[in-house]
Design a protein around this ligand. Structure first.
Ligand code: BGC
Length: 558
């Protein structure tokens, strides 16, 4: 902390109303996302597991997060990394057992950490007993009606029922032996469920109750804008971008009005539990539609991907922040912030690419020499500090606290994400952000497990490991630890927020505690207002904030 005496004036502009007076835990907390395959491998089989996660709970507690969201851990062929669920009420043996999941929940609670599980309602795995029954049953049977089976077009039904495409590429329909087609908006082993069918609805009611009974504190709902389809199954009039869930209005399979009665039903189950539980939607919908999902009797919150989608750009950042705060305030909710997850390029790499780079295609298409890794990490640290200072809650993806880069140059023969195959080898997919976490400087898989890792880690992971960064002043890990702890005292109890106009190329806002967060989007250093620099994204910040850096300052007199 640096005490300074300069008197740079600190003007203010347009206060925004606080979204939430007294935040509940999920309205202000920090949720850490664990992708179980890649977090920590306790049994040495190369795949992360519950034993590994449990052994790292003290690390997460010391990091200063409030909750853990575990990506799917259910029995699964792992054709889509576990988002292809074969049984919603058990744990995949590669990850552990139900008893271990229960022990994990209890241990997390003892450390004051809440637990969110992932629910995947749009589709099951083709190995789910329901789909196996559907395949073994006649067209028109009750078993088939749990999924979306249709006859094909053309004289012998050899053409798919319509032109819908899968998010990962190719047609969204696959034909089975007796000639019917089934819908899969994702991989072909992820058949879409028929949410018009009451037994599907009842099944998910029960799945929610099952996990609530095991003590979970919340749910992340996968593809929350899916499920309900236009029952006339019309052709799409536009083409859909790969991995991009289009946000056009009145889309035949995304963001349909009929979703809301399902959401209200789930919300009723959560409310009935009488516990302080929540559900967060992964809903890629038009920003104007998002508040509909956040009404009092629907989701508690939704991921906000607008900030993630903006590159290093002051106007884009400010717009994304305003939009999110206003949208949340409209429904009395709190905004959420996220920079990385298991589906997108890690932000330490994304922010090192020139503005305008199509980062989903870049790992394959290049040009690769435009990547500036030093700049990317600098901006990533600044962006993280910025998000941690905002009102609302934040989602942190495993490894971002280490400043891990995207491993964009994984050899194609190790790629596991179905996107590589289904895109016709035009997109490498999402494996680059799923490379196992380095815990130690050296050793087998840098401490991930005793016998290697399911995806190869680059040599650069050693110096970025938890061991290498722990206790090292200025490391990204220590920056996250300090910032997350400071955040609790500075930014949680009082959710007020107002923009401050400081200088061109500078984004600045004041929080209820009086602390100002300042981010320098320009190319030159800028003078900081007089006061104490509580934390900065770069070492040695006292009176000047370098380009691409952020700082939290308590101005003199506050
Ligand atoms: C998950 C992805 C998954 C897809 C299909 C998503 O939005 O986050 O990882 O591939 O849903 O379940």
């Amino acid at each position: 902390m640096t005490n300074r005496n300069e008197t740079t004036p600190l003007p203010t502009s347009d206060p925004l109303a606080p979204a939430v007076d007294v935040p509940r835990w999920w309205q202000s907390g920090v949720v850490y996302q664990i992708y179980p395959r890649s977090f920590a491998d306790g049994n040495g089989d190369g795949t992360g597991d519950l034993q590994g996660i449990r052994s790292r709970l003290p690390y997460l507690s010391a990091l200063g997060v409030d909750a853990i969201w575990v990506s799917p851990w259910y029995p699964s062929p792992l054709n889509d990394g576990g988002y292809d669920v074969a049984d919603y009420r058990d744990i995949d043996p590669r990850f552990g057992s139900l008893a271990e999941a229960e022990a994990f929940i209890a241990e997390a609670h003892e450390l004051g950490l809440r637990v969110l599980v992932d629910i995947v309602p749009n589709h099951t795995s083709s190995e789910h007993v329901w789909f196996q029954e559907a395949l073994a049953s006649e067209p028109g049977s009750a078993a088939r009606d749990r999924y979306i089976f249709r006859e094909g077009r053309g004289p012998d039904g050899a053409l798919a029922p319509n032109n819908w495409t899968a998010v990962f590429g190719g047609s969204a329909w696959r034909r089975v032996a007796d000639g019917e087609w089934y819908l899969h908006l994702f991989e072909e082993t992820q058949p879409d469920l028929n949410w018009e069918n009451e037994s599907v609805r009842a099944e998910f009611d029960d799945i929610f109750r099952f996990w609530l009974a095991r003590g979970v504190d919340g749910f992340r709902i996968d593809v929350a804008h899916g499920m309900v389809k236009d029952q006339s199954f019309p052709d799409l009039e536009h083409s859909e971008g790969l991995l991009e869930n289009s946000q056009v209005l009145d889309h035949p399979h995304w963001d349909r009005d009929g979703l809301h009665e399902i959401i209200r039903r789930w919300r009723g189950i959560l409310d009935e539990s009488g516990r302080d539980v929540m559900m967060v939607a992964e809903a890629w919908v038009h920003p104007h539609r998002l508040p509909l999902y956040l009404r009092d009797d629907e989701y508690h919150q939704s991921f906000n991907f607008e900030f993630l989608e903006t590159q290093w750009d002051l106007v884009g950042a400010r717009t994304a922040i305003d939009d999110a705060i206003r949208a949340a305030a409209e429904v009395g909710s709190a905004p959420t912030w996220v920079l990385s997850n298991h589906d997108v390029m890690r932000h330490a790499t994304r922010l090192g690419l020139p503005s305008g780079t199509a980062w989903r295609a870049w790992p394959l298409d290049g040009p690769h020499d435009v990547l500036d890794t030093v700049l990317g990490l600098r901006r990533a640290r600044a962006a993280s500090l910025l998000l941690m200072a905002l009102p609302g809650s934040m989602y942190v993806y495993q490894g971002e606290e280490l400043g891990l880069p995207e491993v964009w140059d994984l050899p194609v023969d190790v790629l596991d994400d179905p996107v590589w195959r289904m895109s016709g080898h035009t997109h490498k997919g999402r494996d680059g952000c799923r490379v196992p976490i380095p815990w130690t400087r050296e050793g087998s898989s840098f401490g991930f497990g005793a016998n290697g890792a399911w995806l190869p880690q680059p040599a650069t992971f050693g110096p970025l490991s938890v061991e290498s960064q722990t206790g090292v002043a200025g490391s990204t890990l220590e920056l996250y630890r300090s910032a997350l702890h400071l955040r609790r005292t500075l930014f949680v109890d009082d959710q007020r927020f107002e923009w401050v106009d400081l200088a061109t190329d500078v984004l600045a806002f004041r929080r209820g505690s009086g602390v100002v967060c300042i981010v320098n989007y320009g190319d030159a250093s800028v003078a900081l207002p007089a006061g104490d620099v509580l934390i900065a994204s770069q070492p040695g910040v006292t009176t000047e904030l370098p380009a691409g850096a952020a700082a939290w300052v308590r101005p003199n007199g506050t």
